[in-house]
Design a protein around this ligand. Structure first.
Ligand code: HEC
Length: 284
């Protein structure tokens, strides 16, 4: 087990896992030329109570995408939290991607550099919350608790697809893109754009070959959606799931535009020929 230069025994909240060799053996066949890089370890950190013992600071968020207005929070800077849990940051991958682990199965990914550069902040309490509560209820989803941690962007002045606002954050996984997403990456350059769009809009809730969120079903394993859906229906489904299902949890993606949806679906179809047994160690 590699510890990325960290004295792991000192930091019980840090768990370093290596992807299982069998997964990478299969992934190596899937992602051409990427097998060595794929063996880099994935650093998994769970935010324990230790974080709450750090001195808390206050931030003003000019535009919060969940509440759609200005907000004020108490919490810890993301980078400060990270460096506190890891006394040396020398082991962090330069091009690292941070995958947020949320208690509802939502898994957005953000480049580590973006989180540092834009002073992302982990909120643990809302200044506008009613007495006796940490959070203001949110309109959608019926969820009242945004804790234990809620990622906010103090420099954001409006909605942006590159800035997710995950709540219910319990930890993170940090690794190179290849290590995190290898089994879901397309083999052909032609599907790279579809994959990028999919990563931003769909992967937070869906997985491909087990890589991605668990709020929605895996779109490739064991059966690719193209194996049981009429291809022509898939575009309209993604544009507006509520036309197909009552109480659909999946939001409408009509705003992506048909051309982008087609690019995403072409990538999903391409993955039908590249199934990898998911490395999830039992279903959630
Ligand atoms: C907020 C979470 C969420 C996001 C983001 C999301 N989905 Fe879904 N999706 C779901 C859920 C949950 C279902 C299961 C049906 C339902 O409850 O709506 C689903 C169902 C589906 C299905 C049908 C699967 C089946 O087996 O019938 C397809 C296809 C699909 N999604 C494609 C996409 C694509 C493509 C994107 C990105 C453009 C996307 N989804 C983004 C949550 C999401």
């Amino acid at each position: 087990m590699k510890c990325l230069h960290l004295p792991c025994f000192l930091w019980p909240c840090i768990l370093v896992i290596s992807a299982s060799p069998s997964l990478w053996a299969q992934a190596a066949g899937l992602v051409a030329g990427a097998s060595n890089e794929a063996r880099q370890p994935v650093l998994e950190l769970f935010f324990t109570n230790r974080l709450q013992q750090l001195p808390l600071t206050n931030v003003r968020v000019p535009y919060d995408s969940v509440y759609e207005r200005e907000k004020h929070y108490e919490g810890v800077g993301f980078y400060q939290a990270l460096t506190n849990m890891m006394p040396t940051s020398s082991g962090l991958p330069e091009d690292g991607v941070v995958l947020f682990l949320c208690n509802d199965g939502y898994n957005p990914a953000v480049p580590l550099k973006t989180l540092i550069r834009e002073h992302a902040f982990l909120a643990m309490a809302d200044h506008d919350a009613p007495k006796g509560s940490h959070w203001l209820p949110i309109k959608s989803g019926g969820l009242k608790e945004l804790g234990p941690w809620y990622l906010v962007w103090p420099e954001s002045s409006g909605p942006s697809p590159n800035h997710p606002w995950p709540y219910g954050v319990i930890g993170v996984r940090i690794a190179s893109r290849q290590s995190l997403f290898g089994p879901a990456m397309p083999l052909l350059q032609a599907h790279q754009r579809g994959f990028e769009l999919y990563s931003k809009s769909c992967m937070t809730c869906h997985s491909i070959n087990g890589v991605g969120g668990t709020l929605g079903p895996d779109l490739n394993y064991p059966k690719n959606v193209y194996e049981y859906w009429q291809p022509a229906q898939l575009i309209s489904y993604v544009q507006d799931p509520s036309k197909f299902r009552l109480n659909a949890k999946m939001p409408s993606f009509a705003s992506l535009g048909e051309e982008n949806i087609v690019a995403i679906l072409d990538y999903v179809k391409h993955m039908q020929g590249h199934k990898v047994v998911p490395n999830i160690g039992g279903k959630k």
